[in-house]
Design a protein around this ligand. Structure first.
Ligand code: NCD
Ligand code: ZN
Length: 444
Protein backbone atom coordinates (compact mmCIF):
# COMPACT_ATOMS: atom_id res chain seq x y z
CA UNK A 1 0.00 0.00 0.00
CA UNK A 2 1.31 3.48 -0.79
CA UNK A 3 1.24 5.93 2.10
CA UNK A 4 -2.25 7.31 2.66
CA UNK A 5 -2.75 10.58 0.87
CA UNK A 6 -5.08 13.26 2.18
CA UNK A 7 -7.38 13.07 -0.82
CA UNK A 8 -7.83 9.35 -0.46
CA UNK A 9 -8.84 9.76 3.14
CA UNK A 10 -12.16 11.37 2.36
CA UNK A 11 -14.42 8.26 2.26
CA UNK A 12 -13.06 6.88 5.53
CA UNK A 13 -13.14 10.39 6.95
CA UNK A 14 -16.86 10.73 6.24
CA UNK A 15 -17.53 7.70 8.41
CA UNK A 16 -15.30 8.87 11.24
CA UNK A 17 -16.98 10.85 13.99
CA UNK A 18 -15.89 14.47 13.90
CA UNK A 19 -14.14 15.89 16.91
CA UNK A 20 -15.53 19.37 16.33
CA UNK A 21 -18.14 20.84 14.02
CA UNK A 22 -17.65 24.48 13.17
CA UNK A 23 -20.70 26.26 11.75
CA UNK A 24 -20.74 29.68 10.14
CA UNK A 25 -20.57 31.32 6.74
CA UNK A 26 -17.80 30.37 4.36
CA UNK A 27 -16.79 31.06 0.81
CA UNK A 28 -17.52 27.81 -1.00
CA UNK A 29 -18.41 27.15 -4.62
CA UNK A 30 -18.03 30.81 -5.49
CA UNK A 31 -20.13 32.45 -2.79
CA UNK A 32 -20.50 33.06 0.93
CA UNK A 33 -22.96 30.56 2.34
CA UNK A 34 -23.80 28.78 5.61
CA UNK A 35 -21.63 25.70 6.11
CA UNK A 36 -20.72 23.17 8.74
CA UNK A 37 -17.12 22.04 8.77
CA UNK A 38 -16.41 18.72 10.44
CA UNK A 39 -12.91 18.40 11.85
CA UNK A 40 -11.38 15.07 12.83
CA UNK A 41 -9.24 14.39 15.85
CA UNK A 42 -6.19 14.37 13.58
CA UNK A 43 -6.77 18.09 12.94
CA UNK A 44 -7.86 17.57 9.33
CA UNK A 45 -11.10 18.64 7.70
CA UNK A 46 -13.40 15.64 7.32
CA UNK A 47 -16.20 17.29 5.39
CA UNK A 48 -17.67 20.64 4.43
CA UNK A 49 -21.47 20.78 4.21
CA UNK A 50 -24.25 19.51 6.46
CA UNK A 51 -22.98 17.50 9.40
CA UNK A 52 -25.27 15.39 11.60
CA UNK A 53 -23.01 14.65 14.47
CA UNK A 54 -19.94 15.86 16.31
CA UNK A 55 -18.69 15.75 19.84
CA UNK A 56 -18.47 19.54 20.10
CA UNK A 57 -20.33 22.07 17.99
CA UNK A 58 -19.35 25.68 17.64
CA UNK A 59 -21.58 28.13 15.81
CA UNK A 60 -19.90 31.40 14.84
CA UNK A 61 -23.14 32.91 13.55
CA UNK A 62 -22.76 35.57 10.90
CA UNK A 63 -19.00 35.58 11.15
CA UNK A 64 -17.03 34.23 8.24
CA UNK A 65 -14.82 31.13 8.26
CA UNK A 66 -11.85 31.42 5.95
CA UNK A 67 -8.88 29.16 5.29
CA UNK A 68 -5.77 30.36 7.13
CA UNK A 69 -3.06 32.03 5.07
CA UNK A 70 0.43 30.92 4.07
CA UNK A 71 3.15 33.56 3.99
CA UNK A 72 5.76 32.08 1.71
CA UNK A 73 8.34 34.84 2.23
CA UNK A 74 9.45 35.91 5.72
CA UNK A 75 12.79 36.70 7.34
CA UNK A 76 13.13 35.88 10.99
CA UNK A 77 16.58 36.77 12.23
CA UNK A 78 17.83 33.49 13.63
CA UNK A 79 20.55 32.49 13.78
CA UNK A 80 22.69 35.59 14.10
CA UNK A 81 20.20 38.36 14.86
CA UNK A 82 21.31 41.34 16.92
CA UNK A 83 19.89 41.74 20.39
CA UNK A 84 16.34 43.00 20.13
CA UNK A 85 15.90 41.36 16.73
CA UNK A 86 13.05 39.13 15.60
CA UNK A 87 13.27 35.46 16.57
CA UNK A 88 11.55 32.37 15.26
CA UNK A 89 9.42 32.46 18.42
CA UNK A 90 8.29 36.10 18.05
CA UNK A 91 8.03 35.95 14.27
CA UNK A 92 5.77 32.90 14.25
CA UNK A 93 3.50 34.41 16.94
CA UNK A 94 3.18 37.55 14.79
CA UNK A 95 2.31 35.39 11.79
CA UNK A 96 -0.31 33.50 13.82
CA UNK A 97 -1.93 36.72 15.05
CA UNK A 98 -2.15 37.82 11.42
CA UNK A 99 -3.97 34.65 10.34
CA UNK A 100 -0.94 32.83 8.92
CA UNK A 101 -0.40 29.19 9.92
CA UNK A 102 2.55 28.41 7.62
CA UNK A 103 5.56 30.55 6.82
CA UNK A 104 8.40 30.07 4.34
CA UNK A 105 11.50 31.36 6.11
CA UNK A 106 14.40 32.69 4.07
CA UNK A 107 18.06 31.63 4.29
CA UNK A 108 19.79 35.05 4.47
CA UNK A 109 20.49 34.66 8.17
CA UNK A 110 23.93 34.87 9.74
CA UNK A 111 25.39 32.50 8.77
CA UNK A 112 23.29 31.88 5.64
CA UNK A 113 21.81 28.41 5.18
CA UNK A 114 24.20 27.06 2.54
CA UNK A 115 24.77 23.47 3.70
CA UNK A 116 23.16 20.62 5.57
CA UNK A 117 24.85 21.40 8.88
CA UNK A 118 23.57 24.96 8.85
CA UNK A 119 20.15 23.75 7.81
CA UNK A 120 20.12 21.31 10.72
CA UNK A 121 21.06 23.99 13.23
CA UNK A 122 18.34 26.30 11.98
CA UNK A 123 15.85 23.47 12.08
CA UNK A 124 16.83 22.83 15.70
CA UNK A 125 15.99 26.47 16.48
CA UNK A 126 12.46 25.92 15.18
CA UNK A 127 11.72 22.72 17.14
CA UNK A 128 9.56 23.50 20.17
CA UNK A 129 9.59 27.27 19.54
CA UNK A 130 7.37 27.91 16.54
CA UNK A 131 3.75 29.01 16.86
CA UNK A 132 3.00 28.01 13.25
CA UNK A 133 4.44 25.56 10.74
CA UNK A 134 7.70 26.59 9.09
CA UNK A 135 9.25 25.71 5.75
CA UNK A 136 12.94 26.58 5.68
CA UNK A 137 14.55 27.67 2.42
CA UNK A 138 18.22 27.07 1.73
CA UNK A 139 20.63 29.16 -0.32
CA UNK A 140 21.91 27.35 -3.46
CA UNK A 141 25.30 29.02 -3.51
CA UNK A 142 27.51 26.06 -2.52
CA UNK A 143 27.39 23.75 -5.57
CA UNK A 144 28.70 20.72 -3.69
CA UNK A 145 26.04 21.03 -0.99
CA UNK A 146 23.07 21.09 -3.38
CA UNK A 147 22.14 17.38 -3.59
CA UNK A 148 22.31 16.86 0.17
CA UNK A 149 20.47 20.13 0.89
CA UNK A 150 17.74 19.14 -1.55
CA UNK A 151 17.06 16.04 0.58
CA UNK A 152 16.34 18.08 3.74
CA UNK A 153 15.39 21.68 2.88
CA UNK A 154 11.94 23.02 2.02
CA UNK A 155 12.96 25.15 -0.96
CA UNK A 156 15.75 27.27 -2.40
CA UNK A 157 16.04 31.05 -2.47
CA UNK A 158 18.38 32.70 -4.92
CA UNK A 159 19.39 36.35 -4.61
CA UNK A 160 20.55 38.01 -7.84
CA UNK A 161 21.34 41.33 -6.16
CA UNK A 162 22.93 42.51 -2.92
CA UNK A 163 20.45 42.94 -0.08
CA UNK A 164 20.30 42.28 3.68
CA UNK A 165 22.78 39.48 4.43
CA UNK A 166 23.75 39.05 0.75
CA UNK A 167 26.95 40.76 -0.33
CA UNK A 168 27.97 39.01 -3.51
CA UNK A 169 25.24 37.41 -5.61
CA UNK A 170 26.36 34.92 -8.29
CA UNK A 171 27.64 36.49 -11.53
CA UNK A 172 25.09 36.38 -14.39
CA UNK A 173 27.10 33.75 -16.29
CA UNK A 174 26.55 31.27 -13.44
CA UNK A 175 22.79 31.69 -13.18
CA UNK A 176 21.59 29.58 -16.14
CA UNK A 177 23.77 26.56 -15.21
CA UNK A 178 22.58 26.86 -11.62
CA UNK A 179 18.93 26.87 -12.71
CA UNK A 180 19.58 23.72 -14.74
CA UNK A 181 21.04 22.00 -11.69
CA UNK A 182 18.19 23.14 -9.46
CA UNK A 183 15.63 21.83 -11.97
CA UNK A 184 16.91 18.31 -11.22
CA UNK A 185 16.33 18.68 -7.50
CA UNK A 186 12.51 19.06 -7.40
CA UNK A 187 12.41 21.71 -4.67
CA UNK A 188 10.74 25.07 -5.38
CA UNK A 189 13.05 27.97 -6.19
CA UNK A 190 12.19 31.56 -5.24
CA UNK A 191 14.28 34.28 -6.89
CA UNK A 192 14.98 37.83 -5.75
CA UNK A 193 15.20 39.29 -9.24
CA UNK A 194 17.04 42.58 -9.54
CA UNK A 195 20.01 43.06 -11.89
CA UNK A 196 22.73 45.06 -10.12
CA UNK A 197 24.24 45.98 -13.51
CA UNK A 198 21.16 48.24 -13.95
CA UNK A 199 21.54 49.97 -10.59
CA UNK A 200 22.43 53.68 -10.77
CA UNK A 201 25.06 55.10 -8.47
CA UNK A 202 24.08 58.78 -8.72
CA UNK A 203 25.07 59.92 -5.23
CA UNK A 204 23.71 58.52 -1.99
CA UNK A 205 19.90 58.08 -2.16
CA UNK A 206 18.22 60.15 0.53
CA UNK A 207 14.62 58.99 0.37
CA UNK A 208 12.38 56.25 -1.10
CA UNK A 209 12.03 58.15 -4.39
CA UNK A 210 15.83 58.28 -4.69
CA UNK A 211 16.00 54.57 -3.84
CA UNK A 212 13.55 53.87 -6.67
CA UNK A 213 15.88 55.72 -9.02
CA UNK A 214 18.94 53.87 -7.70
CA UNK A 215 17.36 50.39 -8.05
CA UNK A 216 14.86 51.12 -10.85
CA UNK A 217 12.08 48.92 -12.28
CA UNK A 218 14.32 48.22 -15.31
CA UNK A 219 16.71 46.35 -13.00
CA UNK A 220 13.82 44.10 -12.03
CA UNK A 221 12.51 43.49 -15.55
CA UNK A 222 16.03 42.81 -16.86
CA UNK A 223 16.71 40.26 -14.10
CA UNK A 224 13.37 38.55 -14.71
CA UNK A 225 13.90 38.42 -18.50
CA UNK A 226 17.34 36.87 -18.01
CA UNK A 227 15.81 33.92 -16.14
CA UNK A 228 13.89 32.79 -19.21
CA UNK A 229 13.58 30.43 -20.89
CA UNK A 230 13.81 28.57 -17.60
CA UNK A 231 14.32 24.80 -17.50
CA UNK A 232 10.97 23.00 -17.88
CA UNK A 233 11.05 21.09 -14.63
CA UNK A 234 12.11 24.02 -12.47
CA UNK A 235 9.46 25.14 -9.97
CA UNK A 236 10.37 28.80 -10.41
CA UNK A 237 8.78 31.60 -8.42
CA UNK A 238 9.67 35.29 -8.61
CA UNK A 239 9.58 37.13 -5.30
CA UNK A 240 8.13 40.62 -4.74
CA UNK A 241 7.17 41.73 -8.25
CA UNK A 242 6.68 45.51 -8.18
CA UNK A 243 5.23 46.51 -11.56
CA UNK A 244 2.22 45.49 -13.62
CA UNK A 245 4.51 45.12 -16.64
CA UNK A 246 6.64 42.45 -14.97
CA UNK A 247 3.48 40.77 -13.63
CA UNK A 248 2.08 40.61 -17.17
CA UNK A 249 5.35 39.25 -18.59
CA UNK A 250 5.40 36.51 -15.95
CA UNK A 251 1.75 35.68 -16.53
CA UNK A 252 2.47 35.19 -20.22
CA UNK A 253 5.28 32.85 -19.25
CA UNK A 254 2.96 31.06 -16.83
CA UNK A 255 5.49 31.59 -14.08
CA UNK A 256 4.64 31.73 -10.41
CA UNK A 257 5.21 35.03 -8.61
CA UNK A 258 4.15 37.11 -5.64
CA UNK A 259 3.53 40.76 -4.80
CA UNK A 260 3.89 42.21 -1.31
CA UNK A 261 1.35 44.33 0.58
CA UNK A 262 3.88 47.19 0.64
CA UNK A 263 4.31 47.25 -3.13
CA UNK A 264 0.52 46.94 -3.56
CA UNK A 265 -0.40 49.64 -1.05
CA UNK A 266 2.58 52.01 -0.59
CA UNK A 267 4.48 54.17 -3.05
CA UNK A 268 7.81 56.02 -2.97
CA UNK A 269 5.87 59.04 -1.65
CA UNK A 270 4.19 57.22 1.27
CA UNK A 271 6.90 58.14 3.73
CA UNK A 272 10.19 59.98 3.50
CA UNK A 273 12.46 58.09 5.85
CA UNK A 274 14.26 54.76 5.93
CA UNK A 275 11.19 52.99 7.28
CA UNK A 276 10.07 52.98 3.67
CA UNK A 277 13.38 51.65 2.35
CA UNK A 278 12.99 48.15 0.96
CA UNK A 279 14.35 45.94 -1.81
CA UNK A 280 13.07 46.12 -4.46
CA UNK A 281 12.15 49.77 -3.76
CA UNK A 282 8.66 51.14 -3.40
CA UNK A 283 7.71 52.41 -6.85
CA UNK A 284 5.84 55.50 -8.07
CA UNK A 285 2.17 55.94 -7.24
CA UNK A 286 1.36 55.20 -10.86
CA UNK A 287 3.24 51.88 -10.78
CA UNK A 288 1.69 50.99 -7.44
CA UNK A 289 -1.84 51.68 -8.66
CA UNK A 290 -1.29 49.56 -11.78
CA UNK A 291 0.05 46.65 -9.70
CA UNK A 292 -2.96 46.92 -7.36
CA UNK A 293 -5.35 46.90 -10.33
CA UNK A 294 -3.66 43.78 -11.68
CA UNK A 295 -4.03 42.15 -8.25
CA UNK A 296 -7.72 43.07 -8.07
CA UNK A 297 -8.22 41.54 -11.53
CA UNK A 298 -6.67 38.28 -10.34
CA UNK A 299 -3.51 38.71 -12.40
CA UNK A 300 -1.12 38.47 -9.46
CA UNK A 301 -1.24 34.87 -8.29
CA UNK A 302 0.12 35.24 -4.78
CA UNK A 303 0.73 37.72 -2.03
CA UNK A 304 3.60 37.37 0.46
CA UNK A 305 4.84 39.76 3.12
CA UNK A 306 8.65 39.68 2.68
CA UNK A 307 8.53 40.33 6.44
CA UNK A 308 11.94 41.94 7.13
CA UNK A 309 11.77 43.10 10.75
CA UNK A 310 14.66 45.50 11.11
CA UNK A 311 14.87 47.17 14.49
CA UNK A 312 13.57 50.70 14.93
CA UNK A 313 17.13 51.75 15.78
CA UNK A 314 18.52 50.41 12.52
CA UNK A 315 15.75 52.18 10.63
CA UNK A 316 16.52 55.52 12.28
CA UNK A 317 19.94 55.62 10.64
CA UNK A 318 20.42 58.08 7.77
CA UNK A 319 18.62 56.77 4.68
CA UNK A 320 21.69 55.58 2.80
CA UNK A 321 23.08 53.77 5.86
CA UNK A 322 19.83 52.11 6.99
CA UNK A 323 19.08 48.50 6.06
CA UNK A 324 16.32 47.63 3.56
CA UNK A 325 13.16 45.80 4.50
CA UNK A 326 9.85 46.26 6.32
CA UNK A 327 7.97 44.05 8.79
CA UNK A 328 4.65 42.72 7.52
CA UNK A 329 3.68 39.14 8.37
CA UNK A 330 1.19 40.18 11.05
CA UNK A 331 -0.44 42.90 8.97
CA UNK A 332 -0.56 41.27 5.51
CA UNK A 333 -3.91 39.53 5.71
CA UNK A 334 -5.62 42.08 8.02
CA UNK A 335 -4.76 44.96 5.62
CA UNK A 336 -6.15 43.03 2.68
CA UNK A 337 -9.25 41.89 4.59
CA UNK A 338 -9.93 45.60 5.19
CA UNK A 339 -9.84 46.07 1.40
CA UNK A 340 -12.32 43.24 1.01
CA UNK A 341 -14.54 44.93 3.57
CA UNK A 342 -14.39 48.23 1.69
CA UNK A 343 -15.34 46.48 -1.53
CA UNK A 344 -12.04 47.16 -3.31
CA UNK A 345 -10.91 43.52 -3.45
CA UNK A 346 -12.85 40.29 -3.99
CA UNK A 347 -12.74 37.79 -1.13
CA UNK A 348 -12.23 34.98 -3.64
CA UNK A 349 -9.15 36.75 -5.05
CA UNK A 350 -7.69 37.23 -1.60
CA UNK A 351 -8.24 33.61 -0.55
CA UNK A 352 -6.64 32.36 -3.75
CA UNK A 353 -3.63 34.67 -3.43
CA UNK A 354 -2.98 34.45 0.31
CA UNK A 355 -4.21 31.00 1.26
CA UNK A 356 -4.63 28.50 -1.55
CA UNK A 357 -1.90 29.17 -4.11
CA UNK A 358 1.03 29.76 -1.73
CA UNK A 359 0.24 26.50 0.07
CA UNK A 360 0.05 24.66 -3.23
CA UNK A 361 3.30 26.17 -4.37
CA UNK A 362 4.96 24.86 -1.22
CA UNK A 363 3.19 21.49 -1.55
CA UNK A 364 1.18 21.76 1.68
CA UNK A 365 -2.37 20.51 2.40
CA UNK A 366 -3.66 23.79 3.80
CA UNK A 367 -5.30 26.95 2.48
CA UNK A 368 -8.60 25.43 1.41
CA UNK A 369 -11.80 24.43 3.15
CA UNK A 370 -11.68 20.95 1.70
CA UNK A 371 -11.70 17.39 3.05
CA UNK A 372 -8.22 16.10 3.81
CA UNK A 373 -6.78 19.56 4.27
CA UNK A 374 -5.49 20.69 7.62
CA UNK A 375 -8.15 22.49 9.66
CA UNK A 376 -6.20 25.75 9.57
CA UNK A 377 -8.98 28.31 9.69
CA UNK A 378 -9.83 31.89 10.50
CA UNK A 379 -12.95 33.31 12.06
CA UNK A 380 -13.45 36.83 10.76
CA UNK A 381 -15.96 39.51 11.68
CA UNK A 382 -15.81 42.08 8.90
CA UNK A 383 -17.52 44.61 11.18
CA UNK A 384 -14.61 44.54 13.64
CA UNK A 385 -12.15 47.10 12.37
CA UNK A 386 -9.03 48.36 14.07
CA UNK A 387 -5.87 50.23 13.20
CA UNK A 388 -2.24 49.16 12.91
CA UNK A 389 -0.22 50.14 15.97
CA UNK A 390 3.40 49.14 15.47
CA UNK A 391 4.10 49.00 19.19
CA UNK A 392 1.40 46.39 19.68
CA UNK A 393 2.67 43.99 17.05
CA UNK A 394 4.35 40.77 18.23
CA UNK A 395 7.60 41.61 16.45
CA UNK A 396 10.18 43.24 18.73
CA UNK A 397 10.88 45.64 15.85
CA UNK A 398 7.82 47.50 17.17
CA UNK A 399 6.99 49.56 14.07
CA UNK A 400 5.12 49.22 10.80
CA UNK A 401 5.15 51.11 7.50
CA UNK A 402 1.35 50.83 7.76
CA UNK A 403 1.06 52.71 11.05
CA UNK A 404 -2.56 53.84 11.52
CA UNK A 405 -3.92 51.88 8.53
CA UNK A 406 -7.28 50.20 8.90
CA UNK A 407 -7.22 46.42 9.36
CA UNK A 408 -9.65 43.56 9.91
CA UNK A 409 -7.82 41.12 12.16
CA UNK A 410 -9.04 37.54 12.42
CA UNK A 411 -10.80 37.10 15.76
CA UNK A 412 -9.77 33.47 15.94
CA UNK A 413 -7.09 31.47 14.20
CA UNK A 414 -7.26 27.69 14.25
CA UNK A 415 -4.35 25.42 13.46
CA UNK A 416 -4.82 21.68 13.04
CA UNK A 417 -8.35 21.89 14.42
CA UNK A 418 -7.57 23.91 17.57
CA UNK A 419 -7.73 27.64 18.29
CA UNK A 420 -4.25 29.18 18.53
CA UNK A 421 -5.40 32.82 18.56
CA UNK A 422 -8.41 34.20 20.41
CA UNK A 423 -9.23 37.92 20.63
CA UNK A 424 -5.78 39.03 19.59
CA UNK A 425 -3.92 36.70 21.97
CA UNK A 426 -1.80 33.73 21.05
CA UNK A 427 -3.28 30.80 23.02
CA UNK A 428 -1.68 27.89 21.16
CA UNK A 429 1.32 25.72 21.73
CA UNK A 430 4.74 26.26 20.24
CA UNK A 431 4.66 22.97 18.42
CA UNK A 432 4.85 24.23 14.84
CA UNK A 433 6.38 21.69 12.48
CA UNK A 434 9.19 22.05 10.00
CA UNK A 435 7.57 21.00 6.72
CA UNK A 436 8.82 20.08 3.24
CA UNK A 437 6.91 20.09 -0.04
CA UNK A 438 4.78 17.06 -0.84
CA UNK A 439 3.60 17.67 -4.37
CA UNK A 440 2.33 14.15 -4.85
CA UNK A 441 -0.24 14.01 -2.11
CA UNK A 442 -0.23 16.97 0.19
CA UNK A 443 -1.58 19.50 -2.22
CA UNK A 444 -3.18 18.51 -5.50
C1 NCD B 1 15.15 41.62 3.19
C2 NCD B 1 15.76 41.43 4.58
O1 NCD B 1 15.92 42.41 5.31
O2 NCD B 1 16.01 40.27 4.95
N1 NCD B 1 15.10 43.02 2.86
C3 NCD B 1 14.33 43.60 1.92
O3 NCD B 1 14.53 44.78 1.64
N2 NCD B 1 13.36 42.96 1.31
C4 NCD B 1 15.99 40.86 2.21
C5 NCD B 1 15.36 40.80 0.84
O4 NCD B 1 14.42 40.02 0.63
O5 NCD B 1 15.82 41.51 -0.05
ZN1 ZN C 1 12.88 38.88 1.22
Amino acid sequence: MPPTRPRERTPAGDRAEPEVVLAGRAFVRGRLQPVEIAIGDDGRILSVGRVRDGRARRDVGERVILPAATDLHVHFREPGGDSGAETIASGTVGAALGGVTLVGEMPNTSPPVTDVERYASKRALVEGRAAVDVLLYASPTEPRALPSLARVAGGFKLYLAPTTGIESPPPPSEVAPLLRRLAELSLPLAVHAEDPARFRAAGAPRDPAGWNVARPPEAESAAVDALFPAPDRLRLHIAHVTTAAVAEALRKRRSSFEATPHHLLLSDRSGGDARHKVNPPLRTERDRAALWEAFVRGEVPMVASDHAPHTADAKSLPFDKAPSGVPGAETMLPLLLARVRSGELGLDRLIAAACDRPARWLGQPTGRLAPGHRANLLIVDFRARSRVDGRKLASPSGWSPFEGWEVVRPQEVWKDGRPIVRDGEFVGRTDGRVVRPDYAGGSP
